[in-house]
Design a protein around this ligand. Structure first.
Ligand code: MG
Length: 450
């Protein structure tokens, strides 16, 4: 019981508690308060408290937008020759110059596409049925996995990252440019495919520019990975081209006039800031969007991922291998090094607290004893002892002691955490020493694991 209470106290202190505020807002708007934080550390997936973009009144609907000569017309109102279903021929109903979702499942293009400009005209049902995600829901999935959401968002409140024009579960549109139910709407999407290295690690993330009814909704917005519901997006390496999928979400959304232009963007390489990872296997949720260091490689990008790979990393961020270590001088030397360019990291820590530290109870050692113990634990960690075992044996943070951090969100955490964490490569270990303001609970032995 004592440890449980201590855990609660420490955890509350590590993070700004916003749960109460979010709970009250959740009652007023759809969404979630228990989903993971997105990698930028600002909002949860489908966060019920995330602000909704302003309504931008688009101009009136017009007739079909003629396709440029170099475009491939994917649907001209007459047949589904360019589409197929999961199990064979496409079965959406075609009548009156449009195709309508009819419960027969998603459609996907017969051909595959990479970088492209896609024009889509769609209309949510005239008769409004359902609410939130149940109202006029469909979607355009590039590579069958990166969704630009289609929804009737005209006077229909849902979570911000799920409304029309959102990059579902990741990013709301800049504005709500939805027309009324039944009116024809346009999406003009520039999709830039993600790229992967020879070992499957993400090199550049997918990017989306979207005009909704002629109104800018996204400008070259990077994705954190494949679309996910109630969970974090992540990348898994795939080919340079893939089908485009239209979602059957059970609502009779109509489509007409779809055309696509394949793009050769080799003369406009992805900006260096889009390079997320130079090495690695299938991308988890930890590396997407990370900022690169010089030369286009993420700091630490040549290092193996955390966990099992840490055995191959010298855990000493100063590169010492002679075993002669002094905690105070090493702490000072690490602080002399610049922070790395990484924006999203995960650290584990062993908290060595002491009696009298704020919000700490049940700990009887003195501050001096805490420092001596911290130095011992730090040295054992550097010598290669299992960090999880050290956490279990010594940490006064009974809550588990593993925390994701973003550069934007670090201000809500113990300052020493970020000061050390953002100077460590994956697998390295540092110490945030006790400090009345930067690290008030004691000494944190910190290992970066992602
Ligand atoms: Mg959808």
């Amino acid at each position: 019981m004592r440890r449980t209470l201590l855990s609660a106290v420490v955890l509350t202190s590590l993070f700004t508690a916003t749960a109460l505020a979010q709970d009250s807002k959740a009652a007023q708007s759809p969404g979630y308060t228990d989903t993971p934080m997105l990698p930028d550390g600002k909002w949860r997936v489908h966060d019920s408290a995330r602000p909704h973009p302003a309504v931008a009144e688009p101009g009136p609907a017009s007739g079909p937008v003629p396709a440029p000569k170099d475009a491939l017309v994917l649907f001209d109102g007459t047949d589904l020759q360019h589409w197929k279903s999961n199990d064979g021929d496409a079965k959406w109903s075609v009548a009156d110059g449009c195709m309508t979702i009819n419960g027969t499942g998603d459609l996907r293009t017969v051909r595959e596409f990479g970088d492209c400009q896609l024009h889509v005209e769609w209309a949510s049902p005239v008769e409004v049925q359902g609410e939130s995600q149940g109202r006029g829901n469909s979607g355009v999935f590039f590579f069958e996995r990166y969704e630009v959401q289609i929804l009737d968002s005209y006077g229909n409140v849902t979570y911000a990252d799920g409304q029309a024009g959102s990059l579902y579960g990741q990013q709301p549109p800049l504005v709500n440019a939805c027309r009324k139910p039944g009116e024809w709407q346009t999406y003009d999407i520039v999709f830039r495919a993600p790229t992967f290295g020879p070992e499957g690690g993400l090199l550049t993330p997918a990017r989306v520019t979207l005009f909704h009814n002629g109104v800018l909704a996204h400008l070259d917005r990077p994705l954190w990975g494949a679309t996910a519901h109630r969970s974090l997006p992540s990348y898994k390496a795939h080919e340079s081209k893939g089908p485009i999928r239209l979602q059957d979400h059970g609502n009779p959304v109509r489509f007409r006039n779809l055309w696509i232009r394949e793009l050769d963007l080799s003369s406009t390489p992805a900006a260096p800031s889009t390079i997320a990872r130079a090495k690695g296997k299938a991308m988890g949720g930890s590396n997407e969007g990370a900022e690169p260091s010089k030369g286009g490689k993420v700091a630490g990008g040549a290092e193996p991922d955390g966990g099992s790979a840490s055995a191959r990393v010298n855990p000493d961020p100063l590169g010492n291998t002679d075993g002669k270590r002094d905690m105070d001088s090493d702490i000072a030397a690490l602080m002399q090094q610049p922070e790395l360019a990484d924006t999203n990291i995960t650290v584990q820590h062993v908290l060595i607290a002491f009696q009298g530290a704020p919000r700490i109870s049940g700990v009887t050692r003195t501050k001096d004893e805490a420092k001596v113990l911290a130095a011992k634990v730090w040295a054992r960690a550097l010598s290669g002892e299992d960090f999880a075992a050290l956490m279990k044996a010594h940490s006064n943070d009974a809550g588990g002691g593993e925390y994701p951090m973003t550069k934007q969100g670090r201000a809500s955490m113990v300052k020493g955490f970020g000061d050390v964490g953002f100077r460590l490569k994956v697998g390295e270990i540092g110490v945030a020493p006790w400090d009345a303001t930067a690290s008030p609970y004691g000494w944190h032995i910190i290992k970066r694991v992602k």
